[in-house]
Write a protein that binds this ligand. Structure first.
Ligand SMILES: Nc1nc2c(c(=O)[nH]1)N[C@H]1C(S)=C(S)[C@@H](COP(=O)(O)O)O[C@H]1N2
Ligand SMILES: [Mo]
Length: 249
């Protein structure tokens, strides 16, 4: 179960230049809308159709009511969420590797497991603090495949068929970049990218690709979905531009 919580009042530095878009999430709260929070999970299905601000605006009041309040806004650039059977799920690791891999969830569970509790920050201004994550460090997945010399970049694809992301190999080797199989204390929920998503702790949320299907090792960074639409490829929190008019970032 998840619900919504607003970015703390003290959080101003991360507000992107398009502040009109980024800041109002919980500021134009209408208390009468709190009841909407009760259908938050169902509403998540509709966020891509423009209801996100309404749902998110219930946040402050709900946070008082629900002790384990979440605060995530659910984003998807495709209609609904892509379906995936946990038994047939495979993560493809391809490109400049010694051995291409096709990893089942069991295979991922055999690799070293790493957990971390860290904030999740969207470039539009909302943040969820101290989210528990666990799974396999991206560098451990890459080590299992063996990265060839000359490789410099990583490309990530989602089995939603539309969303992509990128990192440099150096960024991907950091100890705070995770191929996450658990989030918020349990298996990743459907709306958060089940069964596997990326979690790139030091960067804005758009780097944390959901419904991860493939990792391709290459020698050239290919800008991801939002990066083709104006966002920085290097999305360090607090440093990158956050430029866009799109409400779904
Ligand atoms: N496949 C996919 N991954 C995605 C997105 C998306 O639309 N599709 N949105 C990104 C953005 S902009 C953010 S802030 C986070 C939001 O994660 P959440 O939906 O779990 O809150 O997912 C990121 N990963
Ligand atoms: Mo985002």
């Amino acid at each position: 179960m998840w619900s919504h919580r607003q970015v703390p009042e003290t959080d101003t530095p991360v507000t992107p230049p398009n502040a009109d878009r980024g800041t109002p999430v919980g500021r134009r709260v209408v208390l009468g809308m709190v009841a909407l929070g009760a259908v938050g999970v169902a509403a998540g299905k509709w966020l891509s159709q423009g209801v996100s601000d309404v749902v998110a605006s219930t946040a402050p009041a709900l946070a008082d009511v629900l002790p384990a309040a979440g605060g995530f806004r659910i984003y998807t650039v495709t209609p609904g969420y892509p379906e995936m059977d946990r038994a047939t799920y495979r993560l493809a690791v391809t490109g400049l590797v010694d051995k291409e891999l096709s990893l089942s969830l069991d295979d991922l569970a055999q690799l070293p497991q790493t957990g971390m509790t860290k904030d999740f920050q969207c470039v539009t201004g909302w943040r969820v603090e101290e989210v528990p994550w666990s799974g396999v460090l991206l560098k451990d997945v890459l080590a299992a495949a063996g990265v060839e010399s000359g490789a410099t970049a990583l490309r990530f694809t989602s089995f939603d068929g539309a969303y992509t992301e990128s990192l440099t190999l150096d960024q991907g080797m950091r100890p705070d970049v995770l191929v996450a199989t658990q989030m918020l204390g349990g298996p990743i929920q459907e709306q958060h990218g089940a069964p596997v998503r990326l979690y790139v702790a030091p960067m804005y949320g758009y780097k944390s690709l959901k419904w991860l299907g493939g990792i391709e090792v290459s020698n050239k960074v290919t800008p991801g979905y939002w990066e083709e639409r104006g966002y920085d490829v290097d999305a360090w929190i607090g440093q990158s531009n956050g430029r866009s008019d799109d409400p779904n970032v």
